[in-house]
Ligand binder design. Sequence first.
Ligand SMILES: [Ca+2]
Ligand SMILES: [Ca+2]
Ligand SMILES: [Ca+2]
Ligand SMILES: [Ca+2]
Length: 528
Amino acid sequence: MAPPQDRRLPDDISTAIVTDKDMGVYVHRKQAPSEWIYAGTFQGEIGDQPAKFYCIDIDNPIAFYSPYRSDGPTSPEITYILNHYYPYVPYGARGDELRGATEVRGKKKEAAAIQLAIWYFSDGIKINEWADGFCFQSGVCRPFSQAIKQRARKIIQDAEANAGSTQPAETLEIQIIRREDTPQLTAQFKVIARDENGNGVPHVTVNLNATNGVLSDYTAITGDNGETPLITITLPMDSAPLTTTVTATANVVIPQGTRYVHVLSSGGSSPSVSPDCPPPHEKQKLVLATPTQATRQDTESVSWERDFGDAPNGSLGGIIYQYPTRLGDGNNGGARHFVNNGIYLGNGVDAEPDGQPSGDADGDDMNDVSDEDGVLFPPDGLKRGQENCIRVTASVDGYLNAWFDFNGDGDWDDESEYVFADYPLTAGTNDLCFTIPSSATTEKRVYARFRFTQDNPNGSLSYDGLWSNGEVEDYWVSVGSPTAVILSSFSAGAQAADPWRIAFPALASIALAGGIELRRYFLPNHKP
Ligand SMILES: [Ca+2]
Ligand SMILES: [Ca+2]
Ligand SMILES: [Ca+2]
Ligand SMILES: [Ca+2]
């Protein structure tokens, strides 16, 4: 998440200058039909940046080209109006639900309606106190549109109901939801706008761009929960590099209003004032400052770097191996994991653009870092028809899935070939034991695939296809027959428990004689 940005206030926010009227109409109150008052925005500067102001002191005129100094924040209602309506928006541009066919059209009338609403909160002037007529700056007068007053009432209602309830977005956060790598490299993400309390901020317009790839949307708006809909970025499969950096930017309005009070310079020249109004009063308080714009931003890199296996695919020594290893193998492509977060077997993992099938299942090992290093087999080999133990090293707690092609027919589909299913591993070494069927081949190589991932696949991980994180390591092993043991003699005493126990150095084809029955057997150092 990006840190809060500067609010980009002008260097000098303490001094405002009003230079002219901007957008509005002349109105008058019912009890003073001859006094036309300009309702709308004034233009000027805060510091050296352009700004627009509304008046909050209807009894005193605006002084042009004469400094105003800041005088603290505005009330919550006026702040709300500034945040939501400032300075004015042409009809229909905002998609504002407050707008309707009977409401104002045009910036001048909208600015006037906003000013009437502000005067309601700053000077207590009710909308029905305004006369039914107005004049444009050109001097052309019209009957005062009921639409302006109706619009002002709605703004007042909105501010009374919602003032203080909306905080500006302080941070943006890009969240990557998922990545896919077929048929193209895609990632889905959303952008979350949060206020300073971490709550989602709705209606924030987020602009998006990426260093690489095509975005489904280049603009998105946050919903009620502060989150944009999902956005997709797409790169071609052969993209180089296999990464892109997404940037989300929002220009947010800081809902602050600042009161400005006119400063009369003692002994200085008289400021020029609006020709419609009397000279400024010493105690004249005046206008609102603009709410300020700020930029919020977050960047997030997305990577499609994957680790593949290297079990063979194709004809080798008269056997057709069908292990899905490359992206194009099988229905779901070869086994592959996105490389990230230090989730791997052994001492590490490296990424490669595609699977590297090889007869010795060492294509990945030979490429770049020798990373297929997480599984240790017994030095005297695996034996069929008995329990065997292997040592698996994991970088973090996670889950192991493993397949052995025990019958050596080039697939992992046969009975008993799915050896470990979502088997939990702890970070570090794990000794795992399993029984190899007595039907396992001793003639052919037995290829094995190990897939490790941090999140529990809950049965959805296979020996092929993409997984979100982790590593795939492929091996080949030889399976031998148990060593024959000839029991030439032994001594055993009577025991209370059945059976008698006889320890052998290795499990064997045991020739039994003399009525001895082998009911149960176990390996040294392992519990029966
Ligand atoms: Ca690998
Ligand atoms: Ca690798
Ligand atoms: Ca590894
Ligand atoms: Ca098989």
